[in-house]
Structure formats: structure tokens, C-alpha cells
Design a protein around this ligand. Structure first.
Ligand code: GLU
Length: 465
């Protein structure tokens, strides 16, 4: 088979829906897993909505998700002359015709058809007229759809769909102002781009029948279709803001790691046995069209969080550090000193374990990101009572001579607690407060190890004055 070519063809609406992101991901996986090409075509014929900013939202979403594309970004609007050329070719070949019926005449046709209980699909009186009889008035160009027989769509997900040609009207190709319609533009663009597989939302399934008419009239190869069911919320209704974040940007802002979102979205509506967690490499190897589900997938935030946590845990430290620093800069508007970056890097081992998002990881890293004097939360402050301060007073001198291994730190802390007749937890709370100003942190030993002797002692001394 020839090289696989897929594309994502978003309309710039000002935000990138999670469903568009998943469609892009499926197309990307399908192409990249087969050494194919993946293109972006911006369907920007609606000039009011098609701003540079709206296109940037889509490109940023794809970039964040890690979906690289081939060639230049294609603008559908800029290709209008080519769409017009094809409509004119079909006209010359007698496969399309000029229709001079006014909107009022069309409405009248429909009203009469409705009253007499017949099909309201418009049948133009101009379909078979001789050009010599044509008036000098505005016209549209319509395709001559077959009047009998059936149109079959073979879909990799939906199976075989048969539509009676009686149900398909002579669709307009060029409007009376000479502008091409969307349906024509899609087909011409997909053909010219060499698209072999059209993987898109099943809200476009009906369009496929009408698009096939254009392919057939031009004697072009029809691409392989895979219409994927839309994403639903947990209640089984179409995913909307009511269910949670619908734009890919929000997932980025909420700190989900791109790898976790990729894994989750791949799994959303596609399966490989019972596998839930997989790497990009596995997804590229395994992804196919056969295992896309036929019914709508339900968005499950818990699963997304679980998978995101797994991806954070399994990240290489260098990549995780990079992603965390980027997040801090972009969303927390913070850039760290060299010294803090080093500390963060050495602390990742204890931060990545149970963080479901990069923002959670950053919260856990508070003891690293903060500096003396440590600001105390009121909860943390309440653990620093008289007895606690006494214990810290005993503990601190012992730390001066410690070798700073986990074993030795544990031993010192345990013996101070024991001598004081308290459980270790009683001592851990004030240490935690002194080192971080918070009550929820990695273990006190991890914090001590990451901060090092001098900083630990300085923070412990700070709360004792
Ligand atoms: N522009 C369409 C959309 O955003 C996609 C059309 C297609 O993939 O053929 O839904």
C-alpha cells in the first residue's frame, strides 16, 4: 500500500476542544506508527472567526500535546481558486450545472412538496437545460447527484453504510457569489494533499456520502474513512463544560503532563486488550483503526488522573524537570535560580511518586521552592508548641555531627522522640512545619536529605528564636 497520509482539519473557533485533540492524536498515531505523513489544514473559510489568534490556539494545543506535523500548515481559504477550478471542471464535463432558481423559488418548491407529502429535497428545473436557454441572472453551481441507486460508505469504525441516492440532493458546489462550499473544499483539499485516511468525528459521517459524490464525479480515489464516536461526559451526554474542562488548554493549565493526556486520550475510544497505561512507543506500535470503539467513550477524570500520575512517576528526571520548569514559568510566572533548580532536580525522586499532576508536584516541592524566613500556614504553626520547640532544641545540635544518611537521620530523630517519651509523629510535625511551613509534604527525612545539613539546621533554628 502507498504511504499513509492523515490530517487534522480544525476550524479555528478560538479554543481547541478535547475531542479535536483526540482526533488529531488518532491521526498522528496512525500516520507516525506507519512512517506516514500527518498534515494540518486549517478550515478557515469563516473569515470572521479565522483570526491568527484562533489558529495559534490550535497550533499551541498540538504543540503542547507533542504532535508534530509535516510540511506547511495549509489554509483552506487560500485554496479557494483551486476549489472553484474543480467546480468549473465538473460543469464543463456536464457533471454539474448552473441553477438559476432563487431562494424564494426553492422555498416554494419545498412548501408544495411538503403539502403533497413528497420529498422536500430540492429538484432543480435547470438540471438538464441547454445553456442557450440560460438567463443572465445569478446562479449557483450544483453537482448532478445520481437519482437512483445507492451510495455506500465503507467505514473502518462504523462498518458499511448505505444511503439511497433518492435521499441526496444536487448539492451546491459554488454559491451565487462564486464562493466554494465547505463540502467541496474538504474533498479537493484531501485529494490534493494525498490524504489516504480520513479519521474524524462521526458528526461528519453524513457528509461522507455527499463528499463521495464529488470524488466519484472527479474519478478520484475515495479515502479510507474512520468516523470516531464523540466523547461523552460521565453521564453519557455529549462532553460539555458541565462535565469539566473541555479545552485542551485547560488540561495544560491544570498541570496534567502531556504524556498522561496522550495516553488517556488514546485509550478513550480505542483499546488494546486491557492495557490502560502505555508509553508513546507502545501507542505508536499498537494503534489501529480496528480497535476504535463503536459507541461513545465516556470521559473519566479519575482515570486521567491515575494515568497522569503513572506517567509522572515513570518520567525521566531530566524530562520531568524540564516540564516542571516550563510549567512554573508559564503558569506560576516564576523562574528559579540555578541553586533552586539543582535542589528541585535532586528532590524529584520524592516528589514524583504520588503527584497526579505537575501542579501537585509543584505543591509538594514547596519546601524546595520557598526560602527563609519560611512562611507558616496556621496549621503548621499550631504544631510548634512549647513541647515541640523543646524537642527541636534537643534535636538540632545532634544534626551538626550527623553523616546525613537516611539511616542516621532516622536514628537521631527516633532517639530524641524516645527520650522525650513521644511517638516519632509528635516530633515529625514540628520538623515538617519548620522545614516547609506546611503540614502536607514529602517525608521529613526526604526533606532533610534534599535540603542538606546547613539549610535544615538553619530552618530548624529559625523557628526556635
Ligand atoms: N473542520 C471540521 C471540524 O472541525 C473537520 C472536517 C473534516 O475532518 O473533514 O469538525
Amino acid at each position: 500500500m502507498s504511504q499513509v497520509v492523515t490530517r487534522i482539519a480544525p476550524s479555528p473557533t478560538g479554543f481547541m476542544h478535547i475531542g479535536t485533540a483526540r482526533t488529531a492524536l488518532f491521526n498522528w498515531l496512525y500516520a507516525r506508527g506507519r512512517n506516514g505523513k500527518f498534515y494540518i489544514r486549517i478550515e478557515d473559510t469563516d473569515r470572521k472567526r479565522s483570526t491568527i489568534e484562533a489558529t495559534d490556539v490550535i497550533l499551541n494545543g498540538l504543540k503542547w500535546l507533542g504532535l508534530d506535523y509535516d510540511g506547511d500548515i495549509i489554509s483552506q481559504f487560500e485554496r479557494a481558486p483551486r476549489h472553484i477550478e474543480i467546480a468549473e471542471t465538473l460543469l464543463e464535463q456536464g457533471k454539474a450545472y448552473k441553477c438559476f432558481s432563487s431562494p424564494e423559488e426553492i422555498q416554494k418548491f419545498k412548501n408544495i412538496a411538503q403539502e403533497s407529502g413528497e420529498s422536500t429535497l430540492f429538484k432543480s428545473p435547470w438540471r438538464n437545460t441547454d445553456p442557450s436557454q440560460h438567463p443572465d441572472s445569478p446562479y449557483v453551481i450544483r453537482i448532478k447527484a445520481p437519482e437512483t441507486g445507492e451510495t455506500t460508505i465503507i467505514d473502518e469504525v462504523q462498518g458499511k453504510i448505505i444511503i439511497k441516492n433518492k435521499q441526496i440532493d444536487d448539492m451546491v458546489l459554488l454559491r451565487s457569489d462564486g464562493s466554494p462550499v465547505y463540502m467541496l473544499a474538504v474533498v479537493v483539499d484531501d485529494h490534493d494533499m494525498g490524504v489516504t485516511h480520513v479519521i474524524r468525528g462521526d458528526d461528519h459521517l453524513n457528509n461522507a456520502a455527499r463528499q463521495n459524490l464529488i470524488y466519484e464525479a472527479m474519478e478520484w480515489n475515495i479515502p479510507i474513512y474512520a468516523h470516531i464516536p464523540l466523547i461523552h461526559g460521565e453521564d453519557g451526554k455529549k462532553m460539555s463544560k458541565r462535565h469539566g474542562a473541555t479545552s485542551i488548554e485547560e488540561y495544560e493549565q491544570n498541570g496534567y503532563p502531556a504524556s498522561g493526556v496522550r495516553n488517556y486520550l488514546t485509550r478513550l475510544g480505542w483499546s488494546h486488550g486491557d492495557e490502560e497505561y502505555f508509553t508513546d512507543q507502545q501507542a505508536l506500535e499498537w494503534f489501529n483503526l480496528n480497535n476504535i470503539g463503536k459507541s461513545a467513550a465516556r470521559f473519566d477524570f479519575k482515570k486521567l488522573q491515575f494515568l497522569s500520575g503513572q506517567h509522572i512517576k515513570n518520567s525521566e528526571n531530566a524530562a520531568l524537570l524540564h516540564e516542571t520548569l516550563k510549567f512554573l514559568e508559564k503558569h506560576n510566572k516564576t523562574s528559579l535560580s540555578e541553586e533552586k533548580i539543582k535542589l528541585l532536580s535532586s528532590g524529584l525522586y520524592c516528589l514524583k511518586d504520588r503527584a497526579k499532576t505537575i501542579s501537585e508536584l509543584i505543591d509538594k516541592a514547596h519546601f524546595i521552592l520557598t526560602s527563609r524566613p519560611i512562611q507558616m500556614s496556621s496549621d503548621a504553626n499550631s504544631s510548634l508548641d512549647k513541647e515541640a520547640l523543646e524537642m527541636l532544641g534537643i534535636l538540632t545540635p545532634h544534626l551538626h555531627n550527623a553523616t546525613w544518611t537516611r539511616e542516621e537521620l532516622e536514628q537521631i530523630c527516633n532517639s530524641v522522640a524516645e527520650r522525650h517519651g513521644v511517638k516519632f509523629g509528635k516530633l515529625a510535625s514540628p520538623i515538617r512545619a519548620a522545614l516547609s511551613g506546611q503540614t502536607k509534604t514529602p517525608s521529613v527525612f526526604d526533606m532533610m536529605l534534599v535540603l542538606g545539613r546547613n539549610e535544615t539546621i538553619a530552618r530548624l533554628n529559625n523557628v526556635q528564636v
